[in-house]
Design a protein around this ligand. Structure first.
Ligand SMILES: Cc1cc2nc3c(=O)[nH]c(=O)nc-3n(C[C@H](O)[C@H](O)[C@H](O)COP(=O)(O)OP(=O)(O)OC[C@H]3O[C@@H](n4cnc5c(N)ncnc54)[C@H](O)[C@@H]3O)c2cc1C
Length: 573
């Protein structure tokens, strides 16, 4: 068996190791760096060109910049949207941080639209007051703007950035996390990192679903934290984007049809021409769930979603609108494949957008393991059961900032830890197993099998005790039979993305199991977690589900949520 020598030269050392370079990781790296810590920032792609969800953000972020709005009202809107499952102390802490961070983005060069020196504010659904500072350029370009500015700020500070490194697992010593190991995709080698503090900022896990807007979000950070013994919470909750394009094929996964629905009052039709949203009233008027239900009941569009039509509008109005929102490129691309937007309907379906579950953190972004922090979409407790548009980026950014501040403080208090060389060797041997296996199942086959299980048994519709139990037994079978047969056919080590894929499917297996377990435990419906056998929201379920790995067992705890600021309507006030 090969042994990997760990020499002092081959180990990257840092005060703060930040894993993930989306908005949370970048804010954490900048804050820790500016407070004097030695930071290493890692991404599994190229900085600014990885699959970070941040670069895909559409309309922007919420920030309570001017009265009568305030961080308190922002927090209240967040808690109402979260169906009172958020950690209220955490939400109040984050919304207070956000306005200063938006002013920082403005100073760094994000181009906001201003009138008389003031930010022009937009209102998205769920906001008491207009709370989204509009960008100077109209359209869904927020992510592109953040990318331009944030990557520039990282480079301006000379922060050490290591690219194309897929972190595989966390290193532990004496009960603390002391760093991580990763696959250097370019070199095909194992990299070892030791750090006083490690911040997981690896984003969410909606890439575990087949239809998704963020295929790279495979829950790597939550899975490695879980394997290391960290508490994982809120896994049953997530957001699905109702208006993700699924047809024509050149648009698959894109979210611009949203503008057709919201701004042009586009009409949703099912496969038999029914304007079906009119049938879904009250609590059932949730577009992603309604579309999925139509599909499940055999009334989907030709490619498994719904038709989104703007045919009722005159062609010149549509053209003018696209011109104003910078959407002419969409039109040109559709025309290039012979799609007539004035007469044909785009097909849309709900796609995984943003997850709310992950590491169970405290107000300092600390997990229950010393030395391990989590920030961004990977952090649980922030959104509760659901969210409002434009609220994820600001919460992730504030979490990043807090994690950076806390880890910089810690860096001045402790010494660089020692790493356990035997653990490194063991992780290296495990990484090589699918490379050494001559035949078996390819990572892509196993990935598809995981996505089938998640979609079939724990998707947007159809969650019942029987089906979730079946899903759990399926994923347990996959773990025993398929994961142990995982084989990488290409044996070259450099640039072997199939090998990197083998690492990812192990994470996806853990995440899928945790989603199913949490959905099975919560015997009520809340947010987009809909149990067909428990279709109502119940006040006795104002509780958080927390899971932790102990040996080969998963221990589930149900923790009551507290209400220091706002009481849920069912319990008075
Ligand atoms: C299509 C789309 C539109 C959205 N629009 C909005 C919006 O308008 N407003 C809003 O508020 N929110 C929006 N969201 C949600 C928001 O973008 C995300 O919640 C947020 O950006 C998450 O930031 P993050 O830094 O936590 O993670 P990400 O931005 O996803 O970054 C994760 C980082 O971790 C790295 N990484 C992952 N695994 C590993 C590993 N194993 N090793 C090394 N690095 C790793 C990735 O390479 C990446 O750099 C949108 C999301 C999507 C998908």
């Amino acid at each position: 068996m090969q042994k990997r020598p760990v020499t002092d030269d081959s180990v990257v050392k840092a005060d703060v190791l930040v894993i993930g370079a989306g908005i949370a990781g970048i804010f954490a790296a900048i804050e820790a760096n500016d407070l004097g810590a030695d930071v290493t920032l890692i991404t599994k792609g190229l900085l600014g060109q990885d699959g970070a969800a941040t670069w895909m953000a559409g309309y922007g972020l919420q920030a309570a910049l001017y009265p009568p709005d305030s961080p308190e009202i922002h927090a209240q809107d967040t808690i109402k949207a979260g169906r009172f499952l958020n950690d209220q102390e955490l939400v109040y802490t984050l919304t207070k941080e956000i306005p200063a961070l938006v002013r920082k983005l403005n100073r760094w060069g994000v181009r906001y639209r201003k009138e008389n020196g003031k930010f022009v504010m937009w209102r998205l659904p769920g906001e008491t007051y207009p709370r989204v500072p509009a960008l100077a350029r109209a359209g869904q370009y927020a992510g592109h703007e953040y990318r331009r500015v944030l990557t520039k700020e990282i480079r301006r500070r000379n922060i050490k950035v290591l690219e194309d490194i897929a972190i595989v697992d966390l290193l532990q010593s004496d009960g603390s996390v002391v760093g991580a190991v990763g696959l250097d995709i370019r070199q095909g080698s194992l990299n070892v990192f030791k750090a006083k503090s490690t911040i997981l900022a690896t984003g969410g896990h909606m890439g575990c679903y087949r239809v998704t807007t963020s295929p790279c979000a495979t829950g790597d950070g939550s899975a490695m934290a879980y394997r290391a013994g960290a508490e994982i919470a809120d896994m049953e909750f997530a957001d699905f984007y109702a208006y993700t394009a699924i047809w024509p094929p050149i648009t698959v996964g894109e979210i611009w049809p949203t503008a057709f629905r919201y701004e042009l009052n586009g009409i949703l039709y099912n496969g038999v021409g029914d304007d079906f949203m009119r049938r879904y009233t009250g609590a059932k008027n949730v577009p992603p769930m309604a579309i999925q239900r139509e599909v499940q009941e055999g009334r989907g569009s030709a490619h498994g979603g719904a038709y989104l039509s703007i045919r009722h509008l005159p062609a010149n109005l549509i053209r003018n609108f696209l011109d104003q929102v910078g959407g002419v490129k969409w039109l040109e691309r559709l025309e290039a494949v012979g799609f007539d937007i004035y007469n044909d309907a785009v097909e849309v379906a709900p796609a995984g957008l943003c997850s709310f579950g992950g590491c169970n953190i405290n107000l300092k972004c600390e997990t229950n393991i010393h030395g391990l922090y989590a920030a961004g979409e990977i952090a649980a407790r922030r959104e509760g059961a659901y969210t409002t548009a434009g609220n994820s980026i600001p919460l992730c950014m504030a979490l990043g900032c807090i994690a950076g501040r806390e880890t910089a403080r810690r860096a001045s208090e402790i010494e660089i830890p020692r790493i356990d060389e035997e653990q490194v060797d063991e992780l290296y041997r495990n990484m090589l197993v699918p490379m050494e296996r001559e035949e078996g199942l390819s990572p892509i086959q196993v990935k598809q099998a995981i996505q089938d299980i998640l979609g079939e048994y724990a998707g947007l519709v159809g969650r019942t005790k029987e089906r979730l139990e079946k899903g759990l037994s399926e994923i347990e079978r996959l773990r025993q039979e398929d994961l142990t047969r995982l084989s990488v056919s290409a044996k070259n080590k450099k640039f072997n993305l199939e090998w990197a894929g083998a690492i990812t499917v192990r994470n996806m297996t853990d995440i899928t199991e945790l989603i199913i377990r949490a959905a099975l435990t919560r015997t009520e419906s809340r947010g987009l977690h809909f149990r067909e056998d428990f279709p109502e929201e119940h006040p006795e379920w104002l509780k958080r589900i927390i899971m932790v790995k102990r040996g080969e067992k998963v221990i589930t705890t149900i923790e009551p949520v507290t209400f220091p600021y706002m009481k849920p309507p069912a319990t008075g006030s």
